[in-house]
Design a protein around this ligand. Sequence first.
Ligand code: NAP
Length: 504
Amino acid sequence: MVELRSYLCGQWSAGTGARQMLVNPATEAPLASASTEGLDLGAALEHARAQGGPALRALSFAERGALLKGVADAMQDARDELIGLGISNGGNTRSDAKFDVDGAIATLLAYAETGTSLGAQKFLPDGEGIQLGRSPRFHGQHVLTPRRGVAVHVNAFNFPAWGFAEKAAVALLAGMPVLSKPATSSAMLAHRIAELIVEQKLLPEGALSLLVGAPRDLIERLGAQDVLAFTGSGDTGERIRALPSVIRNSVRVNVEADSLNAAVLGPDAEPRGDMYELFLKELVRDITQKAGQKCTAIRRIIVPAAVAQEVKSDLAELLAVVKVGDPADEETRMGPLATASQLADARAGVERLGGKVAFGGTGRVLEKGFFISPVLIEEPGAAVHEHEVFGPIASLIAYTEGPAAIVTRGNGGLVCSIYSEDQAFLDETVAEVAPFHGRIYLGHPKVELSPGPGTVLPQLVHGGPGKAGGGEELGGPRGLAFYLQRTALEGARPVIAKITGIKA
Ligand code: NAP
């Protein structure tokens, strides 16, 4: 069995004491173990601050972008091996594992390009310069500079490659060293990526640290120049945010948490029409991809009452042909949940949602493994607007009036998708739901090769208000701001221009 070590202070170290087991979720066979006991987390953070930060800040944006390209290339070379780890340790089908690994590579490459376009600027301007007095000499300019601490990244289990890369790419490009903590249960993939980076010396010393296993008091050790980007459950996010040391030190925190994403079918979308078919296709993909363990997965399907029965039977028919099984088998279309506790949570979650089970159920699917069938619920209880069930489970809700009032009961989400060509309906629904969402996906049958609402693109922001954690990541160059301090420079225009190199 593999012993996963952490990469801290420029070396691989194994913790002592009790070890956490990582298993294959399809067979329950043990694959690896990890422990962080006895590791000096304070020294690890200090090493990153003292070595990684200065090394990265000595490079231009373009040079840091080139480092990201190197990491992407190394992952591309090891793609098959990485996909294999996604299948064995993540319970991903091959297609799901590709989604994770290729998404990671694409995000690294997108930020490598952003680095090229930002070039050799030392101070990143934030907006135009501002004339502050009667004379243009008295001038103001907002600038952004890298924070001097460590970017600590705590990731969820569901995207071990993409989660690692989407956060690391932005922080490294901004000039901050990264300490990444993958979720323990699926950490083999992030661990292998870190090994590739270290083996091939793709980043300067101290620019990347990896902690595999329990975080212990890592977060309590963060200071005012450090930042924390967390992805995981709302409960953990709440605990981390409320830590007295986090509050005392004003640690900048970004939380990506639960989300009750909704897909809305417009009143104009006729059954069998192109829009309706697109809606069904994207629903099935979203419910079953990664066995529904996506923060962006559709949890609430909101349809006109007049077509609710038709949607239900069409969806049930499509879900019935999704083959659930061992992801190592080529025929399999949906793998297991990641852990035994995720399976228990999903089963309990279906109970909690109430309503009627219109398709599937929570019974045992195979002798071994953490499998569950896709589940479609109709007429769910109020819990559907409060509780995210992290699995292949979605609820059908019929509307007669405008659907926005139902969507916004979710108290903030990552993505709401709307399928309609009725301009008045779109105008009203988008305006109503936008303040509650980080992203709105407008389904349209003529948009070719759209990856659907469940795919997060590096060019667009990812995050959402309220229940979704209130965070924001990615969004092209926008994402850099989290890792940079905004400072207003106020003084004589030529002096500011000389310091910053920004032409007024
Ligand atoms: P989780 O149990 O909250 O764990 C998330 C991460 O936090 C793991 O790395 C975990 O480490 C770590 N952690 C747990 N307690 C901690 C503490 N006290 N201090 C620091 N770190 C701590 O969530 P999960 O079960 O892995 O992920 C599922 C949830 O994530 C779902 O609710 C989903 O909606 C959400 N999610 C959101 C997004 C998004 O972008 N908005 C993306 C993916 C998932 P261990 O694994 O070692 O316990």
